[in-house]
Write a protein that binds this ligand. Structure first.
Ligand SMILES: NC(=O)c1ccc[n+]([C@@H]2O[C@H](COP(=O)([O-])OP(=O)(O)OC[C@H]3O[C@@H](n4cnc5c(N)ncnc54)[C@H](O)[C@@H]3O)[C@@H](O)[C@H]2O)c1
Length: 337
């Protein structure tokens, strides 16, 4: 398959690598030429790590499937284009308008947005029935899950085709059948974040994180995860989704960001990251049930709205959040219904 990737940042470079790894010819473009060079270097480094683990035979052969593009006008014969530029509505809309004008109306066009509704972006796309969300997780090469999101204009035939494309690159597709802000996995995660923030008047960061890690099987504590993914990024996503009805509120995050503490990348946040923080066993803390109750209810709402099934939500939260068991199974086990 001929694939185009627009934006060669953290996500775009990973997405290009994934498609090339699966045997596709990939064209990649970024407005910043230096970023394109860095992306190719990073992809080569990542492939050589996979080769050391025996997961890749010939790094150069995969690199030869990656082609740098000089401009959007070179995207014409691709069967799929994935847009992964900055999370900014106007930048994305302009890019999508320009590229969709040249591609065949049969080609698939996808956005990797985390927080902008697919339906809003689709208004910029020529032939919007072939436009959808393909939400990869970070880092794309290691994360198995991809949410495939149907916008209001997406036709079933293209939605199903996109699910198949995701399976063909060896990933697990989570079908998101309605365009809800935050899609499935982040909606669930935000409910956990929000609950964790709202009980900080009763418990410490360490107590909440110990319960999340030890009792609930999160790969790290909730606040540690917030720090790890970037407090500023979380703040901007929650502001975006709040504009569209999913209200989230964490004054602690706002305070930290205002003081220049953006989490791991800035050296501090809820934790000090000069050395990698560890989760310590502490007494007390919320009950596991209290911590995930809102997330479980969010899952029930997603099922009721026909966005995803219970099994899909469970699989999505296991693969997307690294949980040992899915959020719905966990909730039921803790007595929620
Ligand atoms: N970082 C994550 O964890 C994550 C996870 C899932 C989805 N996303 C989404 O993926 C997208 C990209 O995020 P990222 O973290 O890779 O950002 P990034 O800042 O690392 O990369 C964005 C790239 O887009 C390029 N760019 C900007 N305008 C452009 C244009 N008009 N044409 C071509 N290239 C352009 C920039 O030069 C930059 O290299 C965003 O929509 C983000 O919400 C990010």
């Amino acid at each position: 398959m001929k694939v185009g990737v627009i934006g060669a940042g953290q996500m775009g470079s990973g997405i290009a690598e994934v498609f090339a790894l699966a045997g596709n010819e990939v064209k990649i473009y970024d407005v910043d030429r230096g970023q394109l060079d860095r992306a190719l270097k990073n992809i080569k480094w990542s492939l050589s790590k996979l080769a050391e683990k025996g997961r890749v035979k010939d790094v150069e052969e995969i690199m030869s499937r990656l082609h740098v593009s000089e401009g959007l006008s070179s995207f014409q014969t691709e069967e799929l284009v994935v847009e992964a530029v900055f999370e900014d509505f106007n930048v994305k809309a302009k890019t999508l308008e320009e590229v969709s004008r040249r591609l065949s109306p049969e080609s698939l066009i996808a956005t990797n947005t985390s927080s902008i509704p697919i339906t809003e972006l689709s208004r910029a796309v020529w032939s919007p029935e072939r436009f959808l969300g393909m939400h990869f997780f970070n880092p794309p090469v290691l994360m198995e899950l991809v949410e495939v999101i149907k916008g209001d204009s997406t036709r079933d035939v293209y939605f199903n085709k996109a699910l198949e494309v995701v399976r063909n690159i060896g990933k697990t597709a989570l079908p998101v059948r309605k365009d809800v802000p935050g899609f499935v996995v982040n909606r669930i995660l935000f409910r956990v974040f929000n609950k964790a923030c709202s009980i900080l008047d009763r418990y410490t960061v360490e107590q909440v994180d110990w319960v999340a890690y030890y009792d609930l099987g999160f790969p790290m504590g909730i606040f540690m995860l917030l720090d790890y993914t970037g407090l500023d990024l979380n703040l901007s996503i929650s502001k975006e989704v709040a504009k569209r009805g999913l209200k989230l509120n964490c004054p602690e995050v706002e305070k930290l960001v205002a003081n220049g503490k953006r989490g791991a990348k800035s050296g501090s946040g809820f934790y000090d990251w000069k050395e990698r923080p560890r989760i310590e066993r502490v007494q007390g803390g919320p009950s596991p049930k209290e911590l995930i109750e809102d997330a479980f209810r969010e899952g029930l709402w997603l099922i009721k709205e026909g966005v995803a099934t219970e099994e899909e939500i469970d699989k999505g939260t296991m693969l997307g959040l690294g949980l040992r068991s899915g959020i719905m199974t966990m909730g039921r086990r803790l007595g929620l219904s």
